[in-house]
Design a protein around this ligand. Structure first.
Ligand code: GMT
Length: 385
């Protein structure tokens, strides 16, 4: 029997490897655990979402690859499915993660429904939906339209909120709700994982990302090539996409003995517990969920000082930050942590304490619940206007 305070919540996100989908899946799991009914709507079940969880449902969107279309369209069938699920399951909230095309589809879905079936639309901005696509003249006006017609907007950092205001000229309120991470218990021990990787006494440096250009894998490899002594570390790359395009760089930099790649790892916790430090070289990050994942395992990071990262870590206390693009500075900071294990441990412990205090499900999910309650109480911003 659902509790009288529970809500029916629809969630749409990118289901593949990527911070926005990981966050949205974890949020859905936590909301279901708190008694809400959660309906995921999308082209695939999110990869981190466990099967058979009570109160979690998945509604697939079928895309029609009609011969007339040069490019198959996802936005329209997504909006139709969102409208159908909203009506059939009495959704109170339709919470979309990443504006393109999810916010547009949600706003369209709402406008297809009669007022009594219209859910409140909440759009959570994650990063490139504002900072890359928001600046693209082919997308910016549509993103702005969807944000203006959402019932609430959230951003995963104060930095991203400010960027959204400036780049998309949005003057309505944007709630900042940081990301959270709930680590699962690793199935293998630290020693088992280190032995799988062939590690002895070297420091294990971890990098996890989807390898997109703004992650600057070229800089990651350049920095690795500058770390001395060479045999003091192994760099383990958890690649969300195939690593093959970077194989030539690894050979050119003579890093073959230093780099270990694992692709599409879903048990990320096994590698996080085994790592001594993490290394991130992005040109831009609204938050960097991977830094938080490492913090949860008392693993300090070396990272570029970009975007919202300074909201997640404190330079010198929970991580070491270097100027963007500076391979030499990144390498020196990594060397410092390798050569100073007691400071590395202290920094990792401080990072873990901050992760638990500020970026746990306990601290963050209630902020989303409070927002849901607030928008369901608001005057209905119904379509047509
Ligand atoms: O915006 C993106 O590039 C995609 C997105 C994703 O799905 O990985 O990443 C963004 O959202 C994450 C979760 O909120 C953040 O941790 C990442 O920093 C952010 N990426 C960028 O801002 C480049």
């Amino acid at each position: 029997m659902p509790s009288p305070n529970s809500l029916n919540i629809g969630i749409t996100c990118y289901p593949s490897v990527g911070g926005s989908g990981i966050l949205a899946s974890a949020l859905g799991e936590e909301l279901a655990r708190r008694g809400h009914e959660v309906h995921f709507i999308g082209y695939e079940r999110p990869f981190r979402l466990p099967n058979d969880t009570p109160r979690i449902y998945f509604h697939p969107v079928e895309v029609n690859d009609y011969g007339l279309f040069k490019y198959p369209d996802y936005t329209l069938p997504l909006s139709v499915k969102m409208a159908e699920v909203s009506r059939d399951h009495h959704l109170d909230i339709l919470h979309v993660h990443y504006a393109v095309p999810h916010a547009t589809a949600a706003v369209l879905a709402k406008s297809m429904l009669s007022p009594e079936h219209q859910p409140r639309v909440i759009t959570t901005l994650h990063g490139t939906d504002t900072m890359l696509l928001g600046c693209d003249p082919g997308y910016g006006p549509a993103i702005r339209h969807a944000l203006i017609h959402s019932d609430a907007i959230t951003a995963v950092s104060a930095y991203l909120k400010e960027q959204t205001r400036q780049l998309l000229d949005i003057d309505r309120p944007i709630d900042v709700i940081h990301n959270f991470f709930t680590p699962r218990a690793p199935r293998r021990s630290r020693d088992e994982v280190r032995s799988e990787l062939g590690l002895r006494n070297e420091a294990m440096i971890l990098h996890a990302s989807n390898l997109r250009p703004l992650k600057r894998i070229d800089l990651l490899l350049q920095a690795a090539a500058l770390i001395r002594p060479r045999d003091s570390f192994k760099l383990v790359i958890l690649a969300g996409e195939p690593f093959a395009p970077f194989a030539a760089d690894v050979r050119r930099l003579n890093l073959g003995n230093q780099i270990i790649v694992r692709e599409k790892v879903s048990d990320i916790e096994e590698y996080l517990q085994a790592a001594d430090l993490a290394l991130f070289t992005s040109d831009m990050e609204s938050f960097c969920l991977s830094i938080l994942e490492a913090m949860c395992f008392a693993c300090p990071s070396v990272s570029t000082r970009v975007g919202g990262i300074p909201e997640v870590v404190e330079d010198g206390a929970t991580a070491l930050l270097a100027p963007p693009g500076d391979a030499g500075a990144l390498a020196r900071k990594v060397e410092f942590l390798i050569q100073n294990p007691s400071q590395r441990t202290a920094m990792g412990r401080a990072a873990q304490a901050i992760a638990r205090e500020k970026f746990s499900a306990e601290a963050i999910v209630s902020q989303y619940e409070a927002l849901y309650r607030r928008v369901t109480r608001q005057n209905h911003h119904s379509f047509p206007k």
